[in-house]
Design a protein around this ligand. Structure first.
Ligand code: FAD
Ligand code: SIN
Length: 533
């Protein structure tokens, strides 16, 4: 299909892609592609809020300390300071774009979550992400020069090898992307002077996840295929409290950590408050600690789930502060959280690793910037502090926008090389959806069983063997098959699952979110390095 050039191509319409698009809107032709509906993103489902130092007893130093402590020795302190220091200004920026946050007595109402020593979570009840996404999409309407293409699924980044098959450049460069149009069923070639990859996370690699269906790791898979360095994928964060459902279909409904911040307690089937024996902060210990403790309860007592009990809390406050959770539980699950405890289990939630990035959002490929969950900036280290990810996404989208403006100025008048159109010769429609569904189920099942909260050499080795076979089969199928969203997502899932296992096998210690029975302690020397592949 005919090439349609942009100055800036943004892949993803969550908080990272949209804030970046707003920042660069005046500087050239911006195309934002997003693979489903414009609002469909992890951002849209974020509940708890955005961590930032907004006054009271809080301080930048305290937020930095909490972030470093959660990160278990692997955060980059300069990045932590950058993000935390920029936090308050970025909250105000979101408010300038129209986001309305909950208030108390004329000030922002600040919630508390696990790992935080202070109340610092800016939120809109328990639907912060929905409010942020709404405000950003509304703001974008004031910039008609920014085009937002829905149902536009990025397939691959265009790099030097597409321009000239024989080049093996030292410094690879990105020239745009191939994008599948789900309505026209055609592939667009979009050359661009620079690309921002903001395609979110990869929770869908696991069977139980809080993530929406878009979270199939496409960004990491595309960047990896293009030759970018990827880091720290062993650090998948399992959220301790997703709703337990025996026959769940689709994503697991999140029960926000802010409920524990408001006083909710975790109980096992005997009614014991097991976190008391685990950590001085009890239910508000960092997520890795709480998720492991729940996992241990399940294994020790043979439980399907534990309970989150809020029945001792003020019912009016619960209804007012947590309306989404209260009504969803009541209307869709027949649970009255005011009177009965909520059954909860951990579920894959947030990928701390991703495409390796520096403090200005550069990936290791020239003209390819990254922001949001797809990036590994060094903020989270081995474990993300709750509600630091929306903050990281806005800060790094702003860093990326500064770089984008520089690149656009420096490259003014520069001609883009001829980019070949997508070549689908030799492919045809196999309509083998049963194979795809089977492979997806197999990947999700084996990641759940072998690459979950507690790992071992044997489990990782088994996962690696099976994934090697699956990826060969998927690649073979991919080469012969016309593009469809199903095959694109299967390919991403298989590739990122393999990369996760590869990272996990390289880390021979237990740190933060990566716990393995074969190496239960920390490796004080090798362990303090990122896993870069
Ligand atoms: P996303 O918001 O996920 O957006 C990714 C975008 O990329 C989507 O538009 C998607 O369609 C698009 N995309 C993906 N692949 C392609 C492709 N191949 N082609 C085109 N488009 C593509 N964090 C907090 O800080 N606070 C919270 O309270 C909080 N609550 C959460 C609750 C839930 C249920 C979940 C799942 C996560 C939560 N998180 C929270 C994490 C946080 O929401 C995410 O890390 C953050 O929203 C990621 O933003 P993003 O812009 O990087 O990606
Ligand atoms: C939550 O509301 O518990 C999620 C917060 C987060 O993932 O940061």
């Amino acid at each position: 299909m005919k090439a349609e050039a942009a100055d800036v191509l943004v892949i993803g319409s969550g908080i990272a892609g949209l804030t970046f698009a707003l920042e660069v809107a005046e500087h050239g032709r911006v195309i934002v592609v997003t693979k489903k509906d414009r609002a469909e993103s992890a951002t849209n489902y974020a509940q708890g809020g955005i961590a930032a130092v907004m006054g009271g007893e809080d301080s930048i130093e305290a937020h930095v300390r909490d972030t470093l402590e959660a990160g278990a020795g692997l955060c980059r302190e300069d990045i932590v300071r950058l993000v935390v220091t920029e936090g308050p200004a970025k909250i105000r920026r979101l408010m300038d774009w129209g986001a309305e946050f909950s208030e108390e007595g004329g000030n922002l109402s600040l919630g508390r979550e696990g790992g935080h020593s202070q109340h610092r979570i800016v939120h809109r009840e328990d639907r912060t992400g929905f409010e942020v996404e709404r405000a950003l999409l509304e703001s974008l309407k004031r910039h008609p020069q920014v085009e937002l293409w829905e149902n536009a699924h990025a397939i691959d980044l265009i790099t030097d090898r597409h321009i000239n098959e024989n080049t093996r450049p030292r410094n690879k460069r990105c020239y745009g992307a191939y994008v599948y149009d789900l309505e026209l069923r055609q592939v667009h070639t979009i050359p661009a002077r620079l690309v921002l990859l903001a395609s979110g996370g990869m929770g869908m690699v696991w069977k139980n996840t809080t993530n929406p269906q878009i979270a199939t790791g496409d960004g990491v898979a595309m960047a990896w295929r293009a030759g970018a360095r990827i880091a720290n994928l062993e650090f998948m964060q399992f959220h301790p409290t997703a709703l337990y459902e025996q026959d769940r279909k689709g994503r697991a409904f999140l029960i926000t950590e802010a409920l524990r911040g408001a006083g909710g307690i975790l109980l096992n089937d005997r009614g014991e408050r097991f976190m008391e024996a685990v950590h001085p902060r009890k239910e508000l210990a960092s997520r890795d600690i709480v998720a492991r403790a729940i996992d241990m309860q399940r294994k020790t007592h043979g439980l399907e789930h534990v309970w989150l009990d809020c029945t001792h809390l003020d019912p009016d406050t619960l209804r007012k502060e947590f309306p989404t959770i209260y009504t969803t539980l009541r209307d869709e699950h027949n649970i009255n959280m005011l009177r009965e405890p909520i059954p909860v289990v951990p579920a894959a939630h947030y990928q701390c690793g991703g495409v390796l990035s520096d403090d200005q959002a550069h990936s290791t490929i020239d003209r390819l910037l990254v922001a949001g969950e797809v990036a590994c900036t060094g903020l989270h280290g081995a474990n993300r502090l709750a509600s630091n990810s929306l903050l990281e996404a806005v800060v790094f989208a702003a860093q990326a926008s500064k770089e984008a403006k520089k690149i656009l100025t420096d490259s003014a008048g520069e001609e883009l090389p001829d980019v070949p159109v997508w070549n689908d010769s030799g492919t045809y429609d196999h309509e083998e959806y049963v194979l795809i569904r089977h492979d997806v189920d197999e990947i999700q099942g084996l990641m759940e069983d072998y690459v979950g909260i507690i790992r071992s050499d044997l489990r990782l080795q088994r996962a690696a063997r099976r994934l090697a076979t699956i990826t060969v089969e998927v690649e073979d199928y991919w080469r012969r098959t016309l593009v469809t969203p199903e095959i694109l997502e299967l390919r991403s899932l298989a590739q990122v699952a393999r990369l996760i296992v590869r990272c996990a096998r390289q880390r021979r210690e237990s740190r933060g979110l990566h716990t393995t029975t074969d190496y239960p302690g920390l490796d004080p020397i090798l362990g303090t390095r990122d896993t870069v592949i």
